[in-house]
Design a protein around this ligand. Structure first.
Ligand code: PHE
Length: 438
C-alpha cells in the first residue's frame, strides 16, 4: 500500500502520461532532430531504436520496479532494499543529477519561453532572417534576460510539483500531453504538405551510414538515456507512486513508444520545413532556435505556427522538469520530513540559483550538460542495471517485477538485458568517454 501522505497516481493512465511526459522533453524536440541531422539521418534513428529496445525498455522496467516495490525516493529505495551497503549512494547520485540537469534545463526551457511569448506577440516577425541568428546570439549572451526567463520557468515547475503527485504532476500531464500531441499534429499537417516534404522525409528516413561515426553511435545510446529520463531515479520516483497491482510491462513499452514517436514526429515537422526554405539540416544545436525560425519567418501564418511550435517545446519541457524536481523533492519529503510545498519551492529556488552560472557564464551550460549526459546518467544507468541484474537475487527481482499484478511476461528476457546487455553497452560508452577506447 502506498502511504497516503506520499501521494499516488489515480491509475495506470496517470502514471503512463506522467512518465511519458517526463521522457518527452527537450531531448526529443531539440536534441534528437539536430543529432539526427548531424549523424547520418536514419542511420542514427535506427541505432537509436535499437538502444531504446535493448537498453531503454529494460532500464525503465528496472527503475519502475525498484520504485514500485519500495514506495520510496531513490535514496530511500536503495536503503530499503540494501540496508547497510553502499547502494544508497546510487540514490544520492540520482538526487545530485536531478539538481544538475534541472539547473541548465531551466535555462534552455527559458529560451523556449522567450521564443513563445515573442512569437505570440508578433515580435519574432519583426526580425528578418539574418536577424534570427543574431537574436539567438543576443539572447544567449544576455545574462539577466536568461535568468529572468529561467526564473519564470522554474516558478511554473515548482507551482505544479507543490500541488502534489495527483493534483499537480498527474493533472498537468493529463492536460499538457494531449495538447502537445494536438499541436504537433497541426504542425505536421503544414510540414508534410510543404514543398520540401519528400526531401525532409528522405533525410529522416533514408540511412546514410557513411556519415555515421563511432561518436554518433555513442550519441545514439546517450540520447536514449537522456530522452527516456533514465539513470537518475526519475522512473524510480514515479514508480514509487504506482500501486502494486498495476503491471509495469505494458506501461514501459508505452512510455518508450510515445517518447520515440514524438522524437520522430518532431523530426518530421522540422526537416520538411528546413528543406522547403533551403536551410541547413545539419545545423546542430541552433536547429530549432535559429534554422527553424528562419523557415517560420518566410511562411504565410508563420508567426502563428512559430507560437504553436515553441509552446509545444515549452509544454514538453515542463512535463520533464517537474519529474526532475520531483526526484529531489520526494527525497526531501521522505527523508527530511519537510512539507511538500515548502520542499518544492525551497528546492526549486536552490536549483534556480545553481542554474544562474549556466545562464551567465559562457560555455558553462555545455559543461554541465556534458557532465550530466556523458557521466551522471550513464554511470547511474550502469549501476542501476548492475543492481537489478546482479545485486537483486533472481527471486527478489521476480517478486518485484510481478508485484501484485502477478504478471511476469518477459521476465527472463528482461533479466538477461539488465545482467549482460545493458551493463556491457553502457560500460562501452563510459570507456569511450574516458578516452580508453575509440
Ligand atoms: N527526458 C527528458 C527530455 O528528453 C530529460 C530528463 C532527463 C528528464 C532525465 C528527467 C530525467 O528532455
Amino acid at each position: 500500500m502506498a502511504t497516503p501522505s506520499r501521494g499516488s497516481w489515480t491509475g495506470h493512465l496517470g502514471f503512463v502520461l506522467a512518465a511519458a511526459g517526463s521522457a518527452i522533453g527537450l531531448g526529443n524536440i531539440w536534441m534528437f532532430p539536430y543529432r539526427t541531422g548531424t549523424n547520418g539521418g536514419a542511420a542514427f534513428v535506427l541505432l537509436y531504436l535499437i538502444a531504446v529496445i535493448a537498453i531503454g525498455i529494460p532500464l525503465i522496467l528496472a527503475e519502475v520496479l525498484i520504485g514500485r516495490s519500495t514506495k520510496k525516493n531513490p535514496v530511500g529505495a536503495f536503503r530499503t532494499l540494501r540496508q547497510g551497503t553502499a547502494w544508497p549512494a546510487l540514490g544520492w547520485l540520482g538526487v545530485v543529477a536531478g539538481f544538475v540537469i534541472l539547473s541548465y534545463y531551466g535555462v534552455v526551457a527559458g529560451w523556449a519561453l522567450e521564443y513563445t511569448w515573442r512569437s505570440a506577440l508578433g515580435g519574432l516577425g519583426a526580425i528578418d532572417e539574418e536577424g534570427v541568428a543574431e537574436f539567438f546570439a543576443r539572447l544567449t549572451s544576455d545574462g539577466p534576460r536568461q535568468v529572468a526567463e529561467q526564473a519564470a520557468f522554474m516558478a511554473i515547475t515548482a507551482a505544479i510539483v507543490a500541488r502534489g503527485v495527483e493534483a499537480g504532476i498527474e493533472r498537468a500531464s493529463k492536460v499538457l500531453m494531449p495538447l502537445l500531441f494536438a499541436l504537433l499534429l497541426v504542425l505536421l499537417g503544414y510540414s508534410l504538405t510543404s514543398e520540401g516534404a519528400s526531401q525532409g522525409l528522405d533525410f529522416l528516413l533514408k540511412p546514410r551510414f557513411d556519415e555515421l561515426t563511432w561518436s554518433g553511435v555513442l550519441a545514439a545510446l546517450g540520447q536514449a538515456f537522456f530522452s527516456l529520463s533514465l539513470g537518475m531515479g526519475a522512473m524510480i520516483t514515479y514508480g514509487s507512486y504506482l500501486a502494486d497491482d498495476e503491471s509495469i510491462v505494458k506501461p514501459a513499452f508505452l512510455i518508450a513508444s510515445l517518447d520515440t514517436l514524438l522524437a520522430i514526429l518532431a523530426g518530421l515537422v522540422i526537416f520538411p520545413l528546413v528543406f522547403t526554405y533551403g536551410l541547413e539540416p545539419g545545423a546542430g544545436p541552433g536547429l530549432i532556435f535559429i534554422t527553424l525560425p528562419k523557415a517560420f519567418l518566410q511562411m504565410p501564418g508563420g508567426g502563428f505556427l512559430a507560437t504553436i511550435f515553441f509552446a509545444l517545446v515549452l509544454f514538453a519541457a515542463v512535463t520533464s522538469s517537474i519529474s526532475l524536481l520531483e526526484v529531489v523533492v520526494s527525497f526531501v519529503i521522505d527523508e527530511m520530513n519537510v512539507r511538500r510545498d515548502v520542499a518544492s519551492w525551497g528546492v526549486a529556488l536552490l536549483i534556480f540559483a545553481l542554474g544562474v552560472p549556466s545562464a551567465v557564464v559562457p560555455g558553462f551550460l555545455d559543461l554541465v550538460d556534458g557532465l550530466a549526459s556523458n557521466w551522471l546518467l550513464p554511470v547511474g544507468g550502469f549501476l542501476i542495471a548492475v543492481f537489478a541484474g546482479w545485486a537483486m537475487t533472481a527471486d527478489e527481482a521476480r517478486a518485484a517485477y510481478r508485484g501484485r499484478s502477478n504478471s511476469e511476461l518477459g521476465f527472463g528476457a528482461w533479466r538477461l538485458c539488465v545482467r549482460y546487455l545493458a551493463p556491457t553497452a553502457v560500460g562501452v560508452i563510459l570507456l569511450q568517454n574516458l578516452g580508453l577506447i575509440g
